[in-house]
Design a binder for this molecule. Structure first.
Ligand code: 16G
Ligand code: ZN
Length: 537
């Protein structure tokens, strides 16, 4: 009861704003930063319970709102293996966050512990970090106030201001009792990644300078840090690195800007760094878990190299390495996409005999499906993704006794790739290094990378509807089951255009439904998108 008193006393400093209903969605809690202190406090309590549920393994708490505007903030929980919080616990997070008073919060917390048979006096461990948002320090204080209420039996590790994927890495490394995954610090991450990168580049460096738009976010810090570990092997030209200036985070820059607007950030255009034909550039989002590449074809025309292009580049390269390692019968490489993946990319991957799985939108769904392959490449078109190596695949690689120098190199490169690529979550920095490794090995520039397949013209339309909750989907969100009759009408519209494909799903992050359409020509896709939008309205 002393514990409950301490929690209640601390919670008094973090009253829940009235008239707000919080929900733990696909990306955790996310709203205006100033509304969030009470939410973060409740997340601290839940993190402790979650850790106790795993006998004291470390749980991660990341304070970030990714690509959202600067005034927003958010929080996500990270499970022991470095993955997103298990879905069944999202409802518990929502329950605690919506308690109207300290008394209600304590009662809900107590009830939850009883229901889950968790001993609230057991040891727990929480690792946390924040991005560069101005509201983050206040929110971290709220988190610490919740953790402090538990006293000594909760150990905490504040890793400071860093990227979302580095926090995931530290959680995974902290809980890895074999010690093989890596040293559980930011520096451990940087060193491990740099060592793998050097192995993979070998004598192919130094690479051409690479402009990187850091969205004026925390990626600028980790990029600068990382650069120190690799010397001039890959000279970065960092852009949008202003971390102390108000109002610039994600503003007219970053991966989300580029993907949504399908154009260069003005700052990147003005830098002139992309004007030489074949110079590639990259953009991170605000917490550096999303990556988009691009270039100007012939020094002029903007060309997007998005998550689909990265998935294709990575999957084909890894597939070739597996062949050269003579392990095609033991290691299956597969790709996981969502319905937003361009149809051309899916067709292209299948034409190379690589299996493709389609899942619902949201990282946790892709991540889960990727675990079914020995090496699972997963990317959302928006640039979030990674490559997962199963324990079996790693074991097979380590056991292989190569019979030729080429086989030996292929095996070593696959092992180094598993160390380069963040095994916990999508990571803009490690994905960028993956892209650079493949381009260096292939001897390709952006244009050759882009040449594999041509995207079908596509449109994404946001439609405001009176109630998005009446929209239900099936088949990885590719078909509507309700409202009744809508899907049949969409099917009809699709049949009217060449190479047509369209689907409708309720957004998980905004109050709207999204219409996606693609077709053989730009005018056909306009027609299709307009027709489906009309059907939905
Ligand atoms: C969230 C998801 C992202 C997805 C997006 C779709 C995570 C960490 N993030 O931001 O993967 O692409 O939602 O948004 O899972 P929507 O539901 O509004 O279309
Ligand atoms: Zn992000």
């Amino acid at each position: 009861t002393q514990l409950f008193d301490r929690i209640a006393a601390a919670a008094k400093n973090y009253p829940k704003p009235a008239d707000v209903k919080f929900g733990y969605g696909t990306a955790g809690f996310r709203t205006l930063g100033k509304r969030l202190p009470s939410v973060i406090f409740s997340v601290g309590l839940l993190a402790v319970l979650r850790s106790q549920r795993f006998n004291g393994k470390a749980i991660g708490v990341m304070v970030t709102a990714s690509h959202n505007p600067e005034a927003d903030n958010g929080v996500k929980l990270v499970d022991p293996a470095g993955e997103m919080l298990e879905q069944s616990w999202e409802a518990y997070a929502t329950t605690l966050a919506n308690c109207a008073s300290p008394e209600e919060l304590v009662a809900a917390y107590k009830q939850l512990a009883e229901q889950l048979h968790i001993n609230i006096g057991a040891p727990a461990s929480v690792v946390y970090a924040a991005d560069t948002r101005p509201s983050s320090p206040e929110l971290i204080k709220a988190l610490e106030a919740a953790l402090a209420a538990f006293g000594d039996h909760v150990s905490t590790n504040n890793i400071g201001v860093t990227t979302t994927p580095i926090l995931h890495y530290v959680v995974k490394a902290t809980n890895d009792t074999t010690g093989e995954y890596g040293v559980p610090t930011i520096e451990g991450y940087q060193k491990k990644t740099a060592a793998a990168f050097k192995t993979l580049i070998g004598n192919r460096g130094p690479l051409k300078p690479l402009p990187v738009d850091c969205a004026n976010g925390v990626g600028a810090l980790s990029l600068a840090d990382f650069a120190k570990h690799i010397g001039d092997l890959l000279p970065f030209k960092p852009l949008n690195t202003q971390l102390n200036k108000e109002g610039v985070l994600n503003y007219q820059c970053g991966a989300d800007y580029v993907k949504t607007k399908q154009q260069l950030p003005p700052s990147v255009a003005e830098s002139g760094l992309l004007n030489q034909p074949d110079n590639r550039g990259a953009s991170f989002d605000g917490d550096a878990d999303r990556l988009i590449y691009y270039y100007l074809k012939g020094g002029k025309t903007f060309r997007l190299l998005d998550g689909d292009k990265i998935a294709v580049l990575a999957a084909l390269f890894i597939g070739d390495l597996v062949t050269r390692a003579k392990l095609t019968d033991k290691i299956q490489v597969g790709v996981v996409q969502t319905a937003y993946a361009n149809g051309s990319s899916t067709k292209f991957i299948k034409s190379r005999n690589i299996p493709v799985t389609c899942t619902a939108t949201g990282v946790k769904h892709l991540h889960h499906a990727a675990l079914n392959y020995d090496i699972g490449v997963y990317f959302e078109a928006n640039g979030h993704g990674t490559v997962l190596f199963s324990d079996d695949a790693l074991e097979t690689l380590k056991k292989t006794e190569p019979e030729s120098p080429d086989q030996d190199r292929a095996v070593k490169h696959l092992i180094a790739l598993s160390e380069l690529i963040n095994q916990a979550v999508g990571d803009a920095l490690s994905d960028l290094l993956l892209v650079e490794v493949v381009l260096a090995h292939r001897g390709w520039g952006a244009e050759e990378w882009d040449a594999g397949y041509e995207d079908l013209p596509n449109r994404l339309v946001k439609v405001e509807v009176p109630d998005r909750h009446i929209f239900h989907t099936t088949d990885a969100e590719r078909k509507l089951t309700s409202p009744a009759g809508l899907q049949a009408r969409i099917d009809e519209a699709v049949l009217k255009v060449e190479q047509g494909r369209s689907f409708v799903r309720p957004s998980g992050t905004e109050d709207c439904v999204r219409v996606y359409a693609e077709a053989a020509t730009s005018s056909a896709v306009d027609t299709l998108a307009a027709a489906v939008t009309d059907i939905v309205k």
